[in-house]
Design a protein around this ligand. Structure first.
Ligand code: MEV
Length: 422
């Protein structure tokens, strides 16, 4: 199977789905579900969250041209932002030889905060002395996870200088395998707290997972063609643009936002927790004490560009909306992944591709030209164009070389004044 489908963007949603379906053997029911003809219901929404009155459909697209660890993949992306899916597909097309990834394993941290400890350092030592008993109590909470080789594996105890006192914070290091793991970790942290109080002589306050999942790190690497053939300045500008993100938090925030455009879209499409991944990413970008880029870029001797990305990736294939949301489940089927590790690698590769696309546009023609073109259909709708007028309005605006909201609004008004069909 190849994920390089030329002209994918020119096809209709039904044709695109048919192409994907040929590779992944989607059933008619699954196709109906994906096209929104059946499937996610208010009743299902009502089981997922509280006080439901409806649901908000978000567009789901497929990024093409991706190959990750030697395997071609179609990447489902759920996003309301124009340009994102096109940019990811386009960047993946300029990728040479695929993306390569590695994963540190699915270790999550659960924090247990202990206050009122008379001898914080003595307590720290006593917690470690009781490590085996603590881990055993934790693992009693989740025999299923343990049977898959997961569970509480280790401790990391820290003394935190709070404003009022020195606090002891015990971290449970839990291998959550193919689950995101928040519930498993929180259950363990709560269950073991009375024992921690006994050991420390203090009082436990917080018992909750940390979203700075620094032991659940994914790395991705990809080499990209030089997109600025012969224009050495533009190639240098690409690196300068990245260097600004490394050195300047104002730019890093936008640079990383662009990366998260890709990452969050795949995280959302697969029913994973976007906020957990985003919190982890931004916290990890700041671990050195300054907020920096999540990616690195280097020019190779042949002027190709190597990009790397490194960030926490607490995503899973088990539990929560990943399974209870029928479309998310189908999106995961399209990804054709068996493990959280594979999923994490694809997500990181998408983020890297997204960043390449952003820097390429910024160092070259600027972001607005391509963006406004893709945004034109939206603007036509906002300006009051009816469904059967949208394409014509966009075409007229493009022919005039003026894709702005004001111009599009003018075109819509004059079309409709001059006896449009409505
Ligand atoms: C827009 O959603 C994302 C960009 O601003 C990212 C970037 O500046 O690198 C284009």
């Amino acid at each position: 199977m190849t994920s390089r489908i030329s002209g994918f963007y020119k096809k209709s949603p039904e044709e695109r789905l048919e192409l994907i379906s040929q590779h992944l053997n989607l059933s008619d029911e699954e196709k109906e579900l994906m096209l929104g003809h059946s499937g996610f219901t208010v009743a299902q929404a009502d089981r997922l969250v509280e006080n439901v009155v409806g649901y908000l459909p978000v567009p789901l697209g497929i990024a093409v041209n991706f190959q990750v660890n030697g395997k071609d993949v179609f990447v489902p992306m759920a996003t309301e932002e124009p340009s994102v899916i096109a940019a990811a597909s386009n960047a993946a097309k300029q990728n040479i030889g695929g993306f390569f990834t590695s994963y540190s394993g699915s270790i999550m941290r659960g924090q247990i905060q202990v206050i009122g400890v008379k001898d914080p350092y003595g307590a720290l030592a006593r917690i470690y002395e009781n490590k085996e008993a603590i881990l055993e109590q934790c693992n009693e909470q989740d025999p299923t996870l343990v049977s898959f080789g997961g569970g509480a594996k280790d401790l990391d105890v820290q003394i935190i200088d709070g404003e009022s006192e020195k606090m002891v914070v015990a971290h449970l290091l839990v291998d959550t395998k193919d689950a995101m793991g928040a519930n498993a970790v929180n259950t363990m942290a709560e269950a073991v707290s009375p024992f921690i109080e006994k050991i420390t002589g203090g009082k436990v306050v917080l018992r909750i997972l940390s979203n700075l999942a620094d032991q659940r790190i994914v790395r991705a690497r990809g080499v990209f063609e030089n997109p600025f053939k012969g224009d050495r300045d533009a190639l240098e500008n690409f690196i300068r643009a990245y260097e600004l993100a490394e050195a300047d938090p104002y730019r890093a925030a936008t640079h990383n936002k662009g990366i998260m455009n890709g990452i969050s879209a795949v995280v959302l499409a697969t029913g994973n927790d976007t906020r957990a991944v985003e919190a982890g990413a931004h916290a990890y970008a700041s671990v050195t004490g300054r907020y920096r880029s999540l990616t690195r870029w280097e020019i190779n001797a042949d002027d190709s560009i190597t990009g790397t990305i490194e960030l926490p990736m607490p995503v899973g294939l088990i539990g929560g909306a990943t399974q209870s949301h029928p479309v998310a489940k189908l999106a995961t089927k399209i990804l054709d992944v068996e493990t959280a590790e594979e999923l994490a690698g694809i997500i990181a590769s998408t983020g890297l591709a997204q960043n390449f696309a952003g820097l390429r546009a910024l160092a070259g023609e600027g972001i607005q030209q391509g963006h406004m073109k893709l945004h034109a259909r939206n603007m036509a709708v906002m300006a009051g164009a009816h469904d059967d007028e949208v394409d014509n309005v966009v075409k007229l605006a493009a022919n005039q070389g003026k894709i702005s909201y004001d111009n599009i609004r003018q075109i819509v008004l004059s079309l409709q004044e001059n006896g449009g069909s409505h």
